[in-house]
Design a protein around this ligand. Structure first.
Ligand code: ATP
Ligand code: MG
Length: 568
């Protein structure tokens, strides 16, 4: 029995235990499985991991860690037709990135094919499995419906010897695909359809990414999963609610085969998030039809996409801690995830200035060749981040949006005759502007600065109502900025079956602008996070090259104006 003081850390915390931890806690206290906790995360390598998987990962690895136990990574690779090595690699990368580790416990269901086959022969010998020759259509007919019982297959009473012979010949490749299957002999009248003599092996002549052409029969998920759990000594096997009906079958196989170790399946509600789709099948379609640029397109709800967008593992773990686990299905608002990202980036991202849609400003009374180095605070949330010098000169850029010829009421930014503060620099007043004769668009602002306001403070207590960010034209670096937004414009793109996915895409989920950013971003490495003041959090994209900076907008700032006003 494990030491109770080390196995119940969660009990000491103020928050009540969720239903899963309550079960695990009880099991540990009662010495079930000798007080051991051993979980597994069992992805099928048929796509990249998405944010929904992060809920299962934090649960599987998190609970094991909380109880001093272990968590295995096991690829559930029993279906060779959809699985690829690319996915096996990406899944491992993503779990490590999230901050979890399986040490040397990396397993594959396919490693157990030999033992699973032996278990199947054993079931035949026990009279609990039979080879069935019904076609898939016939099988469907015999299966019955939710309201009507099914019928026994005419092949159900084959002798053990005949079943063994046929199953061995299935394995030897004597029959074509779809010709025969091995089925468990349970109960065709069971109210639980899953229990109506389910298929446990099928013939498939598809090479497997690990076992090649060694096998031409493959076990079904229900058979492989419970036995893999048992073989690995798993104590608690967490899965999502749609497997609730499969639990009796999970237990039936373990019981029928008298396995010495009995893992327990516990179901929890899957994560559903607004404005995305989460099924790998649908995500794969978005990749294949070119709607997105790949599995790691920053608009994808995949962990690879979110990482590229600039989400941090800390923020995703925080998100999972906040949503908790329960047994009722629900939809979580995407803005909660964004809130977690913002909260984390607020602590760690250096502040810089960058102008997304540049409008040129000439300070007419500023000496032509003069350059000043002004001190800027790197992160007001983190004094240890220090300060940096930002160059100021006569010709600058500000945001096009920060100037209006005819400012509407409550618009406090720059306008003809108006004075504003340039962050860390000076008060400037706009005196005139130039326009493009063809389009009428404002092209240049002519301003004057007040040298007495250096650093952004006025000695005479004069107030201005806005503080603008800016960059010095001569020193600025051009950057391609990708302004991402939600991929779908509706909260639940699968809710209305009459609407195709593509009809519900957000048409402005990506806008690209050519920005000008301060020179401190010159050597920014891929993955570095910044807050562009007043604009949001941005992360250097992997498309960046020396001399060509590419930034992804990770998440917008919420209280942009409120914050700047207070600090000004
Ligand atoms: P999808 O339907 O998205 O393809 P899946 O369940 O088929 O997902 P698996 O690779 O089989 O994907 O999942 C591995 C583990 O992750 C399983 O235990 C599964 O229950 C869990 N999981 C998958 N999606 C979610 C989700 N949205 N929320 C919580 N857990 C999930
Ligand atoms: Mg699956």
């Amino acid at each position: 029995m494990a030491d109770e003081s080390t196995t119940m850390p969660a009990a000491e915390e103020a928050a009540p235990l969720d239903f899963i931890r309550t079960i695990v806690n009880q099991d540990v206290q009662q010495g079930i499985n000798d007080g051991r906790v051993h979980t597994r995360f069992p992805p099928e390598p048929n796509g990249y991991l998405h944010i929904g998987h992060s809920k299962a990962i934090t649960l599987d690895f998190g609970i094991a860690a909380e109880y001093g136990g272990l968590c295995n990574l096991r690829f559930d690779d029993t279906n060779p037709t959809k699985e690829e090595v690319e996915y096996v690699d990406s899944i491992q990368e993503d779990i490590r990135w999230l901050g979890f580790d399986w040490d040397d416990r990396l397993y594959y269901a396919s490693s157990y094919f030999g033992r699973l086959y032996e278990c199947a022969e054993q079931l035949i010998q026990l009279g609990k499995a039979f080879v069935c020759d019904l076609s898939p259509d016939e099988m469907r007919e015999y299966r019955g419906t939710l309201t009507e019982p099914g019928h026994n297959s005419p092949w159900r009473e084959r002798s053990i010897a005949e079943n063994l012979d046929l199953f061995r010949r299935m394995k030897a490749g004597e029959f074509p695909e779809g010709n025969r299957v091995l089925r468990a002999k349970i109960d065709m009248a069971s109210p639980n359809m899953v229990m109506r003599d389910p298929v446990i092996y099928r013939i498939l002549y598809t090479p497997h990414h690990r076992t090649g052409t060694e096998w031409c029969i493959y076990p079904m998920y229900d058979f492989a999963h419970c036995l893999s759990d048992a073989l690995e000594g798993i104590t608690h096997s967490f899965c999502t609610l749609e497997f609730e009906n499969n639990r009796p079958l999970y237990d039936w196989f373990l019981e029928a085969l008298s396995v010495p170790h009995r893992p327990q399946q516990i179901e929890f509600a899957r994560l559903n998030l607004t404005h995305v789709v989460m099924s790998k099948r649908l995500l794969r379609r978005l990749v294949e039809d070119g709607t997105v640029s790949g599995w790691d397109d920053p608009r994808m709800p995949t962990l690879a996409g979110m990482r590229r967008l600039g989400y941090t593992p800390e923020s995703i773990r925080d998100f999972n801690a906040r949503i908790g686990v329960a047994k009722a299905n629900s939809m979580v608002d995407f803005s909660l995830l964004e809130y977690c990202v913002r909260t984390d980036l607020n602590k760690i991202a250096p502040r810089v200035m960058g102008v997304l849609r540049p409008l040129k400003v000439i300070i007419d009374n500023y000496p032509e060749d003069q350059v000043e180095e002004l001190q800027a605070i790197n992160n007001p949330e983190d004094p240890s981040a220090g300060t940096r010098a930002v160059p100021f000169s006569r010709e600058l850029y500000i945001e096009q949006d920060d100037f209006r010829i005819d400012p509407p009421p409550k618009y406090f930014r720059l306008a003809p005759g108006r004075e504003v503060r340039l962050r860390y620099a000076y008060f400037i007043t706009c005196n005139s502007y130039e326009t493009d004769p063809a389009t009428g668009e404002v092209t240049v602002l002519h301003c004057t600065y007040d040298p007495a306001t250096r650093g952004g403070d006025s000695p005479d207590g004069r107030k201005v109502k806005a503080t603008l960010h800016w960059v010095s034209e001569r020193h600025a670096i051009g950057a391609e900025v990708r302004l991402f937004d939600r991929l779908f414009s509706v909260a639940d793109p699968t809710a209305d079956a009459s609407q195709s996915l593509s009809e519900q895409l957000n048409p402005s989920s990506l806008e690209v602008v050519q920005a000008q950013v301060e020179p401190s971003l010159g050597d920014a490495p891929v993955g570095a996070h910044y807050q562009l003041e007043r604009q949001g959090y941005f992360t250097v994209d992997r498309d960046s090259r020396p001399g060509q900076l590419v930034l992804n907008r990770t998440v917008a700032l919420r209280d942009t104006w409120a914050k700047i006003e207070q600090k000004g």
